[in-house]
Structures are given as structure tokens and as C-alpha cells.
Design a protein around this ligand. Structure first.
Ligand SMILES: Nc1ncnc2c1ncn2[C@@H]1O[C@H](COP(=O)(O)OP(=O)(O)OP(=O)(O)O)[C@@H](O)[C@H]1O
Ligand SMILES: [Mg+2]
Length: 320
């Protein structure tokens, strides 16, 4: 049985120059960062950018090719069993037993994680209440809708009260109301002192995290609080441009020198111009091209603007 004394270090996860190759493919490349105890840390990145590979290394399920990582003070390469027993991990395809009921799934994971028999029943009752599954205890997991399944999966992953929780896309395919409820659970865990590292493709969710890391082709390309990323993550100026022919305008703007990115946001354009480029030159170029009613103003970027800008840079070669 794993001792249940709380983990008291200020740092829950330390990653140092961590890499993982699959043959020629560098899935995770020289990644370094720390996760502080009690933090909600979000990992973002396009499909295939290495998020799951990184999490699996941190959970002691996959050996790094090079570099080090310590999780709750344990080395991922030499102490993987100690890590597995102490953390909670909800994988991208979490293994709920579809032909077992809600309560039977929780019972199964309680046994797997060696939750003491004394107190186990009370723990499971508390988890059923926390996950809002009261009244569904006997329902087969396979018949739960997506949002309920995710909440049951979270409850199973924390049945042994781990101080550190890894959630790999816990809200994928879940409706906005259920996502909000799920985040309510995440916050209440964080308030009780649980450290949470999660991946998501939803930028509104990233805004709820204390810090956000962005991965791209296996590398960590940004790491900061959402506010700091919005304030400083964009290398250039974001302009909102209104005009009478937005579709024609966006095509034209994309080809202008000094324009890093131009996308249509409803009926207006969001245009990122390189540092030092005067916004008037973009507006003048549009007017000269026959676009009418052109007006512009600088606007504060959203996290989405920042990430799109960071991901529009060509990646370094992805092969070893
Ligand atoms: N066991 C494996 N063998 C070979 N290649 C792998 C293996 N696991 C992952 N990869 C490759 O490593 C790269 C990173 O995959 P990974 O699953 O970590 O990405 P991800 O960021 O989690 O993507 P997603 O957002 O789609 O979940 C991908 O190119 C993937 O095909
Ligand atoms: Mg993944």
C-alpha cells in the first residue's frame, strides 16, 4: 500500500532536456519545464505534437530516449513503479469497463490502486456524489453519454487520492455545459491541493489554467500564464480591419510584405503585422487595390491569435 502522506515539495514535476524518438521520428524534442505543486498546467499543441508521448513518459509508462524527468521526487526511468502507484492518469482513451456499472468500475479501480478496504465504500460514495453520478450507480458505463463517461473516468483516476493528476484530453468531444462541470471538478481538486497537468485542444479551457505550455513538432515553443502569453506572446501587432469586401481583402493582405498572418473573423479581418511595420501601410495597400470602406484599429490578441501566430512559423526539421 502506498503511504498517503501529502507530497510537500513546491515542485511536482521537473523535466530536463527530455526527448523521445520513435525510430527516425522525434516525437518529443529537448523539452524542459517544471510544474509547481498545486498548479493547473495545460499542455496544448496540434495533433501529433508530442503531448501524449510526454505525459506517458511522466507517468513512467514510456522510457525517454534522453534527458531526465522527476515526478513527485521520483525519477521516471528508475522509479517508474513508485510514480505509477502515486499518480492519477486519465489516458486519451481511458479504460472504463463498459460492461461494468458505474459503481463496479469505481470498485475495480479502488482494488487496482489498493485503496484500503476500510473506508473504501465511503470513498466511492464521495466520488459518485462529486462526479454527479448519484442515481446512476447501477448504470452500465457503456450506456453513459460522453460527458458522464468522462466524469466517471476522472472519478476512477482519483480513487486513491493522488497528489498529482495527468489528464490527457479529458474533455474531448464533450459539450460546453459538461465541460464546464468537468472544470468545476478540476478546480475543486486543485483547491484541495492536487496538482493537475492536462492536455486540451480547447483554448477557452487553456484560459482556466494557471500556466499554459504550447508544443509544436515535439518542442516546447511557449510557456507562461494565459495573461502573459496574451500580453507578450505575439511578435508583432494585431490589427482588426473592417472593409466592404472582406473576402477579397484577406486574400490581398496575405500577400503583403510585413504581414505575418491574416484571417477572417466573421465580417472583419485579424491581421498580424511584423514589428516595425506601420499599420497604415496595410490599410493604404488595400485601398490602392480597390477595397472600399477600409478602417483599422489595433486590438489585444486572444490566446488563439497568439497560438496561431506561433504555429504559423515553419517548424525545424522533424526528423533525427
Ligand atoms: N508508439 C509509437 N510508435 C511510433 N510513433 C509514435 C508512437 N506514439 C506516438 N508516435 C508518434 O509520435 C508523434 C507524437 O504523437 P503524440 O500522440 O504524442 O501526439 P499528441 O500531441 O498527443 O497528438 P493528439 O493531439 O492527436 O493526441 C506522432 O507523430 C505519433 O504518430
Ligand atoms: Mg494525444
Amino acid at each position: 500500500m502506498v503511504p498517503r502522506q501529502p507530497y510537500t515539495s513546491a515542485v511536482a514535476v521537473t523535466v530536463t532536456h527530455l526527448s523521445r524518438h520513435f525510430g527516425q521520428l522525434q516525437a518529443v524534442r529537448d523539452v524542459s519545464f517544471q510544474v509547481n505543486a498545486g498548479e493547473v498546467f495545460a499542455l496544448l499543441g496540434p495533433n501529433g505534437s508530442g503531448k501524449t508521448t510526454l505525459i506517458r513518459m511522466l507517468c513512467g509508462l514510456l522510457t525517454p530516449t534522453s534527458g531526465q524527468a522527476r515526478v513527485l521526487g521520483y525519477d521516471v526511468t528508475t522509479d517508474s513503479e513508485a510514480i505509477k502507484a502515486r499518480i492519477g492518469y486519465m489516458s486519451q482513451r481511458f479504460g472504463l469497463y463498459e460492461d461494468l456499472s458505474v459503481r463496479e468500475n469505481l470498485d475495480f479501480y479502488a482494488g487496482l490502486y489498493d485503496v484500503p478496504r476500510r473506508g473504501r465504500r465511503a470513498r466511492i460514495e464521495a466520488l459518485i456524489a462529486m462526479a454527479g453520478l448519484t442515481g446512476r450507480e447501477r448504470q452500465l458505463a457503456g450506456t453513459l453519454s460522453g460527458g458522464w463517461k468522462q466524469r466517471l473516468a476522472l472519478a476512477c483516476a482519483i480513487v486513491h487520492q493522488p497528489p498529482l493528476l495527468f489528464l490527457d484530453e479529458p474533455t474531448a468531444g464533450v459539450d460546453p455545459v459538461s465541460r464546464r462541470q468537468f472544470w468545476g471538478l478540476i478546480y475543486s481538486l486543485a483547491q484541495q491541493g492536487t496538482t493537475i497537468l492536462l492536455t486540451t485542444h480547447y483554448l477557452d479551457e487553456a484560459e482556466h489554467a494557471h500556466r499554459v505550455a504550447l508544443m509544436y513538432f515535439g518542442e516546447l515553443v511557449a510557456l507562461d500564464t494565459p495573461a502573459a502569453l496574451r500580453a507578450h506572446g505575439l511578435h508583432g501587432t494585431l490589427l482588426e480591419i473592417a472593409c466592404d469586401q472582406p473576402l477579397a481583402a484577406v486574400t490581398h493582405v496575405q500577400g503583403l510584405p510585413g504581414v505575418q498572418e491574416a484571417v477572417l473573423y466573421g465580417s472583419v479581418l485579424h491581421v498580424i503585422v511584423a514589428p516595425g511595420v506601420a499599420p497604415e501601410t496595410v490599410a493604404q495597400a488595400l485601398t490602392a487595390a480597390g477595397i472600399t470602406g477600409v478602417s483599422w484599429r489595433p486590438i489585444a490578441p486572444t490566446l488563439e491569435d497568439v497560438f496561431i501566430s506561433l504555429l504559423s512559423k515553419p517548424p525545424a526539421p522533424a526528423r533525427a
